[in-house]
Write a protein that binds this ligand. Sequence first.
Ligand code: NAP
Length: 243
Amino acid sequence: MRTVLITGASRGIGAQTARLFAQNDYRVIINYNQSEKAAKELFNELKATKSEIYIIKADVSKTNEVTSMFADITHQFGGVDILVNNAGIAQTKLFTDITDEDWDSMIATNLSSAFYCCRAALPYMIKNHCGRIINLSSMWGQVGGSCEVHYSAAKAGIIGLTKALAMEEGLSGITVNCVAPGVIKTDMTSNLSKNDFKALSEETPTGTIGTPEDIARTILFLADEKSSFITGQVIGVNGGFVV
Ligand code: NAP
């Protein structure tokens, strides 16, 4: 059974990704930070599947917590075959209102977390000459989002990390890709009103807003052993909003 770690799997895209991997017979490690109740509910829900499910609390924006999480994982399973760097936060602010704290927390949670987790996951993957890393970027990391400069910078950083690491690990049998979602209905977009969603869907060629399932299916596809010739790519899942 292949082991997948999904960071930030207590809610939204991460939780739906955990569900899909569990339904497809992976051993699933659910990472969460603040939403313990939601993570435990998901754990109980997924225990009903044939898969093995584990749950680990760690703030992935902190290097020491990622080190402890991987020490635990290494002890129990040797390592992870698939790493999904999904944990993230968003914030809407005028650029001139962004504080040092806002900037640091955005970069730590959305970008440094992927660095810490990739670095910790790679030795096991390199030893096995096999691995899949899937990072969550955003269409705003591709084209830039007004009033989300720090978020866009972190998500553009994810694209750079993905491409460079894919180059470095190609001969090690490890693929590194990122998924760049468009507007997806989760807690992260709960600040948007009904009218905002209507306007956004009208601007989208498919005329729809995305679901966590749309993203989870793409992640599952990239994680497949047979997806070995896809690496260093940015897969846009955005209804054509950004092409
Ligand atoms: P969400 O519903 O707000 O969920 C965010 C998840 O990240 C939660 O499970 C949260 O866990 C976790 N998280 C946040 N900080 C963490 C930390 N320091 N350590 C560990 N976990 C942490 O967001 P989402 O919409 O599912 O987004 C998932 C990913 O997709 C993010 O990287 C986001 O930037 C990206 N994305 C989303 C959209 C969208 O429209 N929704 C679009 C483009 C990209 P706790 O609650 O347990 O702390």
